[in-house]
Design a protein around this ligand. Structure first.
Ligand SMILES: Cc1cc2nc3c(=O)[nH]c(=O)nc-3n(C[C@H](O)[C@H](O)[C@H](O)COP(=O)(O)OP(=O)(O)OC[C@H]3O[C@@H](n4cnc5c(N)ncnc54)[C@H](O)[C@@H]3O)c2cc1C
Length: 366
């Protein structure tokens, strides 16, 4: 169903959205009506009651056609909504999850700051308690869906002396006084997704919008990233699959020296490597998702899937352009867009270097 939807409703618009940096709001709302914005949440909260395996399959299928739609759904679901669902109290879940799951609300998640990316614990955005309110001050950067979000989960410092134990999470609604999205980033790829600066100036958040326990914001954010990284693996996987399918088709059609270029061993072996690596990436991604569905801790497996799938995606998109020759460099073919879009996967939700750091820590700790 997702594949049919993506091919029918998304594929015809992909290049127009990309060139205009147009956020596909209508399509996102339609995904909500189809139940694809709250797949992993129980029906009593308006979700589709499915598991992570089904969720990452949907992300893969959307990203096979347009990575921008993939990242919009991933940031909305596994970062924003899942943080509220995992750390929120019953009242917060009732208030926000149904609206997020149906697409009435669009969600965003703001951890990164101009001065703290990989070192997320170095955040400087502050939240100070004043009677029945928290007063937020500071700026977040690179926030996916930032300009379109009805609710944003924001991580801020509540105790400067406690380092990572001094961070807390808050739900901030878009109409909150003192909150506004700032600069919209002009990007290399995933140009139809929105990447925004968020500004908090004496932003007054009701005390009941504290998400999880005070001081648990960083630990909860790391738990959320364990799930989020599986969705970035699926995002990369979908784009790798799209790049591979385009290259496979082109290689059978394009003739040089009197034969299809797929008949040259140099091209056939590139396709063989792409197919093999994509399968391996899919198995790693599905393993992490299956473990998450089983309620197991997936820190190691999520990072392995994210690292491998995103690097496979970059390699496949690169070879996809190469197989297309000069036509891979022009915008009449999909290869160049995959090449631009995939790069985000080795950066967002922890760079490849940070994934290796996480994996090394996990395997060396015993
Ligand atoms: C399109 C897009 C969407 C995004 N969406 C979101 C979002 O919705 N919410 C959000 O909170 N963030 C988001 N981000 C931010 C993203 O998670 C960060 O960009 C990423 O974590 C890297 O942080 P940085 O850009 O500050 O790079 P830096 O941390 O400055 O890293 C620069 C380089 O140094 C390397 N490096 C840093 N520390 C180490 C180390 N200890 N060991 C080895 N190498 C290291 C990095 O790997 C990288 O190569 C998004 C980013 C982009 C580009």
């Amino acid at each position: 169903m997702v594949r049919e939807f993506a091919e029918r409703e998304i594929a015809p618009h992909v290049m127009k959205w990309d060139e205009a940096c147009e956020f596909p709001l209508g399509t996102v709302k339609e995904l909500g009506r189809l139940g694809l914005l709250g797949m992993v949440f129980p029906a009593e909260y308006g979700g589709a009651g499915m598991g992570y395996l089904e969720y990452i399959t949907a992300i893969e299928e959307l990203s096979r056609v347009d990575g921008s739609v993939g990242i919009i759904v991933a940031a909305h679901t596994s970062l924003c909504s899942n943080h509220i669902f995992t750390a929120g109290n019953e009242e917060q879940k009732q208030k926000y999850i149904a609206k997020l799951a149906t697409g009435e609300f669009i969600g965003a998640w703001a951890l990164t700051e101009p001065g703290s990316g990989s070192d997320a614990g170095g955040a400087r955005c502050t939240a100070v308690r004043k009677r029945d309110r928290w007063i937020l001050n500071g700026a977040k950067t690179f926030c996916t869906n930032g300009h379109y979000a009805d609710v944003v989960v924001v991580i801020a410092v509540t105790d400067k002396t406690a380092h990572t134990h001094g961070l807390s999470a808050f739900v901030v609604e878009k109409s909150t006084k003192g909150f506004r999205p700032g600069k919209k980033e002009n990007k290399l790829g995933l140009r139809a997704s929105d990447t925004a600066e968020l500004i908090f100036e004496d932003c007054e958040v009701p005390a009941e919008n504290l998400l999880g326990k005070e001081g648990d914001g960083f630990i909860d954010a790391m738990r959320i990233l364990d799930g989020g990284r599986i969705s970035i693996a699926a995002l990369g996987l979908g784009m790798a699959q799209g790049a591979y399918e385009a290259a496979l088709k082109y290689s059978k059609e394009r003739k040089q020296f009197g034969k299809a270029i797929s008949e040259f061993q140099a091209i056939a072996w590139k396709l063989a490597d792409m197919a093999t690596e994509i399968d391996a990436a899919r198995l790693l991604t599905q393993r992490a998702a299956a473990m998450k569905d089983a309620g197991l801790k997936t820190t190691l497996e999520s990072s392995m899937a994210k690292l491998y799938a995103s690097e496979v995606a970059v390699r496949c998109a690169n070879e996809g352009v190469q197989i297309h020759g000069g036509y891979g460099f022009i915008k009449d073919y999909p290869a160049e867009k995959f090449y631009r879009d995939v790069k985000l996967c080795t950066i967002g939700e922890g760079t490849s270097e940070i994934q290796r750091l996480v994996i090394a820590r996990q395997i060396l700790k015993d």
